[in-house]
Design a protein around this ligand. Structure first.
Ligand SMILES: C[S@@+](CC[C@H](N)C(=O)[O-])C[C@H]1O[C@@H](n2cnc3c(N)ncnc32)[C@H](O)[C@@H]1O
Length: 539
């Protein structure tokens, strides 16, 4: 229990935390990764660590590399007692939090160092190694980390921990690696971090580190439906590990729901299995574990978030698709030309920017002839285009099935540009995606060698309100694994894979819901509306 004096510091801390939080916008707090840990949760975590560490932590050298106002220090004092606290250090970037932590805890033995932990840990200013780290590091997403800083962090993680961190990883991944390297051998750590790394490709390096380099004791995932701590824990996990090599036959305890002291479900997973598992959130199996539900077809799928459609079949790309400069030099009217992407074979970039006319900033720029004017009018208004089209007869183009069905025969299927596309066929094994996702920021459409993904439901609304989140959507698409894509698509002789819109639509979108839990209700609401509509119509 907290001594009376510390109890009153904790009360003061909570008031200061609330005041500091309300002085900043949510966007600002997101950018800086400033979401404090509710003290009751910090205490539960500290208690759990104490229960497993036992006599190994007789004297505590505490550290929180992102101390905030010191919720975890408060918890450590409450659980371990000031008598066992040999040293305590907190690092904090933000001057406001730093001063607050100093005012609150300096007298109670906390040394607060102001600065960027990821720099301090690699500098001569680095404080003495702790044997206990309890923390909730900044979650700062990768696109808020500028390029130079990301390169510095990647180089440092490699230098200190020998780990190559994927550029899509958030700041917390670097914190875990660097702080663990800093920690004393045999020390204990508890980290409250986002659970996304457990499933996505960019988390693979951290998962390997957790299984190979330390002894992972526990991974407790909170139930997203649980409102115990408000929105704070929607997709968080507490990782508890000891900095020692894992003993032979080690098993990791994966728990879900409830609290870390009393979870709702538990699975003991042999380290070997955890090491091999592509997704950690499937453990433990539990009715409320959405990872299971999505496997049972009850979870959100890509088709709930995107309308997915093949690109256009022109009937003869050779005839209808030509280079923009050629079409211009032939005097074809701009309004009957549409920008179109080249075949995936020739598209090297995966992020396509557009010029002021909406053409992709790639070479060569291509356009497709798409005109709905009747021939007689076309001949008068746009003789150059009409003349070109006259050559189709001799080339046998008009005999084609698709072309023969259309009226006029040079009018294409209508598609709006889609912000995301997926190539329709490709090769790849294991983790490698056989298909490529493209982020299309131009006005180009795609041929039927692409699937076009149009955001719908809550995702469309969210992107209208927060266009900057498109980068995250694209990153999540990039994390759909090769296994999932091949699993839904089909494989042809020689290892060629193809995927149809309905197959891509079946792939789990759980990662999107985990990232933006609000999307779930927009999908469910559709279901409810549909049920209401069908019962109203007597269906
Ligand atoms: C998620 S908050 C958690 C604070 C505290 N550990 C807690 O559990 O309540 C993360 C804290 O890290 C700080 N921070 C962000 N970037 C940092 C950095 N590079 N070095 C040190 N602290 C940082 C933020 O200002 C914020 O106070």
């Amino acid at each position: 229990m907290l001594a009376k004096h510390e109890n009153s510091i904790e009360a003061r801390r909570q008031a200061i935390q609330a005041a500091l939080d309300s002085s900043k916008s949510t966007a600002e707090r997101n950018r800086l990764g400033q979401f404090a840990t509710p003290n009751a949760l910090a205490v539960q975590i500290a208690r759990y660590v104490q229960s497993i560490a036992g006599h190994h932590l007789r004297m505590v050298r505490f550290a929180d590399p992102a101390i905030g106002t010191g919720s975890f220090y408060s918890a450590a004092l409450a659980v371990f007692g000031s008598g066992r606290m040999e040293s305590a250090v907190g690092v904090e970037l933000d001057a406001g939090f730093c001063n607050a932590a100093r005012d609150l805890w300096a007298q109670a033995g906390l040394d607060v160092v102001q600065g960027d932990f990821t720099r301090i840990v690699a500098s001569p200013r680095c404080p003495v190694s702790p044997n206990l780290i309890l923390t909730n590091p900044p979650y700062v997403r990768h696109h808020h980390i500028d390029r130079e800083d990301k390169e510095r962090l990647q180089a440092l993680a490699y230098q200190m921990a020998g780990v190559k961190v994927n550029g899509l990883a958030g700041l917390y991944v670097y914190f875990v690696l660097l702080a663990t390297e800093w920690m004393k051998d045999g020390g204990y750590a508890a980290w409250l971090v986002p659970s996304e790394f457990m499933d996505v490709n960019y988390g693979a390096a951290l998962k390997r580190y957790l299984t190979d380099r330390v002894t992972l004791i526990r991974a407790h995932r909170f139930d997203p439906e649980d409102v115990q701590f408000g929105d704070a824990l929607v997709s968080s996990v507490v990782l508890v590990f000891r900095k020692t090599a894992p003993p032979p036959g080690h098993v990791v305890e994966f728990t879900f729901g409830g609290t870390i002291l009393e979870s709702h479900a538990k699975a003991s997973i042999p380290l070997e299995q955890a090491h091999k598992s592509r997704k950690w959130t499937v453990y433990p199996s539990h009715a409320r574990n959405d990872r299971r539900m999505s496997k049972d077809d009850q979870g959100a799928a890509m088709g709930d978030l995107f309308r997915i459609q093949r690109g256009i079949a022109t009937g003869s790309n050779k005839f209808f698709v030509l280079e923009r400069h050629e079409a211009e030099s032939r005097g074809f009217p701009e309004r009957h030309l549409r920008p179109i992407l080249p075949s995936p074979r020739f598209l090297k970039a995966i992020v396509i920017d557009g010029d002021q006319d909406g053409y992709p900033l790639i070479k060569p720029q291509l356009c497709v002839i798409d005109c709905d004017l009747p021939e007689a009018i076309l001949e008068v208004r746009h003789p150059a285009l009409w003349k070109y089209l006259q050559t189709a007869e001799a080339l046998g183009i008009k005999d084609g099935y698709l072309v023969g069905k259309r009226s006029p025969w040079y009018k294409q299927e209508q598609r709006n540009p889609a912000p995301f596309l997926c190539t329709y066929m490709g090769r790849g094994s294991d983790q490698k995606q056989p298909f490529r996702f493209i982020w299309n920021r131009s006005q180009a459409i795609g041929t039927n060698l692409y699937l076009m993904l149009y955001p719908k439901n809550g995702l469309a609304r969210m992107l209208r309100e927060h266009p900057d989140r498109a980068a995250d959507v694209f990153a999540l698409l990039g994390q759909v694994t090769g296994y999932e894509l091949r699993g839904e698509g089909r494989v042809y002789g020689g290892g060629l894979n193809k995927i149809e819109p309905s197959e891509l639509a079946r792939i789990s979108a759980a990662a999107f819901i985990e990232r933006w839990p609000g999307l779930r209700s927009t999908i469910q609401r559709q279901g409810v509306l549909f049920d209401e509509a069908s019962s109203a119509s007597g269906a």
